[in-house]
Write a protein that binds this ligand. Structure first.
Ligand code: G5P
Ligand code: MG
Length: 227
């Protein structure tokens, strides 16, 4: 349903609703768009006890960032594996890049394949709103689907709507770790935003207190640019 390929990056604080917006866009746009969340990918690696998972487990639990080198090689391998490095593919990256050096590495990979990032969305949600959400979050690890006990509860308590499999809490969703994640975000976000903000034609910021308020604006902007 898009007229030209969308190669999109979703920026935003922990809990800002990156995963929530991604799910809605995938439903709207359909199978021509694929998405990857760096956090989901890391959690799958942790569950499978891969070398990356073993390296990342304690770092994530502590609310810190996984080293750039590890993230860049993990994501580059996924881009290749998922056939995203062709100029016809439409894709969305949630949670990567998270630092300026990750953004530079991504650009350098994409530029050799003629498929530069063409839309960067910054979801801006006030911190006081975000803090309220996190303790109520439950996730389905294999798919990355997220629930909130008040905002979008699962149809059957404790079970994923699609597969019926059990939901779990994220190891980094307690209040103390969450504050550390926000600190890491604050430290890295400005240089990253500056990096993209200089490209007027791709950077777009949206503000809101709820995902219901933000989603229609996001959908409209994507259809305006790519539909
Ligand atoms: P992640 O997994 O990328 P974060 O911290 O960036 O984690 P997170 O927590 O996944 O981001 P989100 O995706 O922005 O947040 O938000 P979400 O899950 O959609 O929504 C949060 C909750 O609010 C959900 O329960 C949802 O249902 C609810 N909700 C949504 N909208 C509303 C609303 O309008 N109202 C209400 N009431 N509720 C709502 O990264 C995790 C860790 O992995 C490592 C880091 O250690 C990171 O901390 N990592 C990386 N490290 C280095 N480099 C990278 N590139 C890395 N990527 C991941
Ligand atoms: Mg997420």
């Amino acid at each position: 349903m898009l007229q030209r390929p969308l190669r999109m990056i979703m920026l935003g604080a922990p809990g800002a609703g990156k995963g929530t917006q991604t799910e809605r866009l995938l439903k709207k746009i359909g199978p021509s768009l694929t998405a990857m969340s760096s956090g989901d990918l890391l959690r799958s690696n942790i569950a499978a006890k891969t070398p990356v998972g073993l390296e990342a487990q304690e770092i994530i639990k502590a609310g810190k960032l996984v080293p750039d080198k590890t993230m860049i090689s993990l994501i580059t391998a996924e881009l290749e594996k998922n056939n995203w490095l062709n100029s016809k593919a439409s894709w969305l990256l949630d949670g990567f890049p998270r630092t300026k050096s990750q953004a530079e590495a991504l650009d350098s990979t994409l530029s050799t394949h003629d498929c530069a990032v063409n839309f960067v969305v910054d979801l801006v949600v006030p911190e006081r709103v975000i803090l309220e959400r996190i303790e109520n979050r439950w996730v389905h690890v294999p798919s990355g689907r997220v629930y909130n006990l008040t905002y979008n509860p699962p149809k059957v308590p404790g079970k994923d709507d699609i597969t019926g499999e059990p939901l779990s809490k994220r190891a980094d969703d307690d209040a103390e770790t969450f504050k550390k994640r926000l600190d890491a975000f604050r430290e890295t976000t400005e240089p990253l935003k500056e990096y993209y903000r200089s490209r007027d034609d791709v950077f777009w910021e949206v503000h809101g207190e709820t995902s219901d308020e933000i989603y229609p604006q996001l959908e409209k902007e994507i259809l305006r640019r790519f539909g």
